[in-house]
Design a protein around this ligand. Sequence first.
Ligand code: KIV
Ligand code: NA
Length: 273
Amino acid sequence: MRNKGQFLRMKHDKDKIVMITSYDYPSAKMSEEANVDMILIGDSLGMTVLGYDSTIPVTMEDMIHHGKAVYRGAPDTFKVIDMPFMSYHISTEDTLKNARRLYQETGAQALKLEGSGEVSEVMKKLVHAGIPVVGHIGLTPQSVNVLGGYKVQGKDQGSAERLIEEALEIEAAGAMALVLECVPRQLAEKITNRLSIPTIGIGAGAECDGQVLVYHDILKYGVDRLPKFVKPYIDSNHLLGEAVQSYVKDVKMKAFPEEAHTFTMNLNELPEE
Ligand code: KIV
Ligand code: NA
């Protein structure tokens, strides 16, 4: 399993860090078998596997339930898990309790928190308690209703400067890496060069130290519309959809099961009427 020191070295060596989300045993197993550097148990599971239309309804219990499944599928991969909506805002006591549960009960190696400012103060406390943290700025989906929608952040000078300040503050708080979501590539490059910790981009261009994408997006699995920044590698909706339709058709047409799929017995063992 990789560690914080190796991620720093990878940034230094310009060796790209590959991160992917996983939410359950099969997605985690496939990600580990593909040798990803990091898995994110993202609260995007609210959309990808639970069918909500944002990450806001996702609970601590949801994260722990899925985090444990990912652990079983990818025991040897560095795992980052999202702190869900409002689980790190109410009080320090609450935050530390939630952080302890996510960290201990799921076996993840780091927690990810969206935002800066007061959240940077929270990060300091977690790092102080011995829990590695990853930051996340730019488009922060837990604040989608404050941001006014899922849109690119930092396009004008004022907001670009603010994002640079936030990035530096998060690094100073002790974060081990920073996710940049939906920021112009030129700004992401500037932030990447200013920081000594790795940046992991999603919709943030090729100059970030690493990339993260949502598992279901790259497989086009269960999702209908893909954001501009996604490159799908297969159309699972189509391929898997056809397979399920074939199964339905086969049963209806009595083409399944065939002899090869059935068990048989000695006829004289068959009770008579
Ligand atoms: O939950 C998630 O999938 C994320 C990534 C988009 C960074 O936070
Ligand atoms: Na997330």
